[in-house]
Design a protein around this ligand. Structure first.
Ligand SMILES: Cc1ncc(COP(=O)(O)O)c(C=O)c1O
Length: 385
């Protein structure tokens, strides 16, 4: 562990008011370390929402455990807690509480159930850095939590992940896994990631995002750039170079992002309110959540529309940054769901949301004019109530 990475981990702890954080190459690697530190293995079951990124499910499969899917509730897209107890069996060894789009899960309800059953909760905070539940930051309710700093996340270091826990014994196990990680990223990967970060900061703006994403996907398939996921990660078998540590490029970039984190969070909150206002002015619903309980810091602003595919293709042509995750219960869509123990119909609300939800950008490059353009574009479609 070098000084730069230690400093990054310390600053991250400072941000959340916690004591221990462990940086990794990606968020999914951080999750893998947590699951392994919890001793999860063959025959164990891990509960996950049926509306997630398949990269979140991979670490469970890598450890030969079984993902058990719970449907979501339609407004916050988070795990439907009323369905949770019925999914718990003697084999359940963890529940992953994913704070989707930035909306915190109902942590009291979840931890009531898990405490009764003596099951640890892992919070997936990849989309929710800074969100609060009952005045406390997400990531501090479960036994452990993890964060991602991939391109679309609350702040980006290109790729990046962080595992946190307040449990001292668990922390020592994660620390030892971090010290004995499988490998380092290669110098070619690090150099390329550094170049990609520069290109991103110089050229990727709401109007150029769709084009940049198409180019990025094309170059990823060709193996020219460091993609968010390698080809091997679209299969539930762990590649030999999966378990990687963090590079100095990521740590340095993370430290820079943390210096601006308060402005980033304030901006996201302000722009989400702005979308609420602009959408409501046009007769749309805006966000629905209990403001006395949660204070979300949204990573993106979800809306439900009819004709999602048409909206996405027209947005790309018009230079409107419209996001589309999750496109299936285990995003991205190419993944054969059966190899992840998911059967169609298991999570009807999640499947419905996958067909209807697009998301509007909230990152620091979104200004008022962009928000207005985005809303002018989206209201040409029909909102699904
Ligand atoms: C909710 C969620 N959790 C975890 C991850 C995995 O994060 P990373 O790409 O850093 O491995 C993703 C996808 O990027 C995600 O959307």
């Amino acid at each position: 562990m070098n000084d730069l990475v230690e400093k990054y981990q310390r600053e991250f702890c400072y941000l959340l008011g916690i004591k221990q954080a462990f940086a990794f190459w990606k968020g999914r690697v951080a999750l893998y370390a947590i699951l392994k530190a919890l001793g999860i293995g063959e025959g164990d079951e891990v509960i996950v929402p049926g509306y997630t990124c398949v990269m979140d499910v991979n670490p469970i499969k890598y450890l030969r455990a079984k993902p058990i899917y719970v449907d979501i509730e339609p407004y916050t897209f988070n795990i439907n807690v009323s369905l949770l107890q019925d999914k718990i069996t003697p084999n359940t060894k963890a529940v992953i509480a994913q704070h989707t789009y930035g909306y915190p899960c109902d942590m009291d309800a979840i931890t009531n159930i898990t405490a009764k059953n003596n099951i640890p909760v892992i919070e997936d905070c990849c989309l929710a850095l800074g969100s609060q539940y009952k005045g406390k930051t997400v990531g501090t309710f479960g036994e452990a939590a993890y964060f991602s700093f991939q391109w679309n996340k609350p702040y980006t270091t290109g790729l990046g992940g962080m595992a946190i826990t307040s449990d001292v014994q668990l922390a020592r196990k994660i620390e030892s896994l971090q010290a004995n990680k499988g490998c380092w990223p290669s110098s070619k990967e690090i150099l390329m990631l550094w170049a990609q970060l520069i290109v991103y900061r110089l050229f990727v703006y709401p109007k150029t995002t769709a084009l940049a994403q198409r180019l990025f996907r094309y170059l990823t398939k060709k193996g020219t750039v460091v993609g968010s996921s390698s080809t091997s990660e679209f299969e539930p078998t762990m590649a030999s170079d999966f378990f990687k540590g963090i590079s100095n490029v990521q740590a340095r970039s993370g430290l820079r992002q943390l210096m601006k984190i308060e402005q980033n969070i304030a901006h996201r909150k302000k722009m989400a309110e702005r979308y609420d206002q602009l959408l409501k002015q046009n007769g749309w619903k805006g966000r629905e959540y209990d403001r006395s309980v949660i204070e979300p810091v949204m990573v993106r602003y979800p809306v439900r529309i009819a004709e999602k595919d048409r909206a996405l293709s027209e947005a790309a042509k018009a230079g409107i940054e419209l996001g589309s995750w999750f496109e299936c219960p285990l995003h991205p869509i190419e993944t054969p769901l059966a190899s992840y123990d998911y059967e169609e119909g298991m999570c009807p609300e999640a499947e419905k949301a996958s067909k209807e939800v697009v998301n509007l950008p909230l990152h620091p490059r979104v200004d008022d004019a962009t928000a207005k353009r985005t809303v002018e574009f989206i209201i040409r479609f029909t909102e699904v109530q």
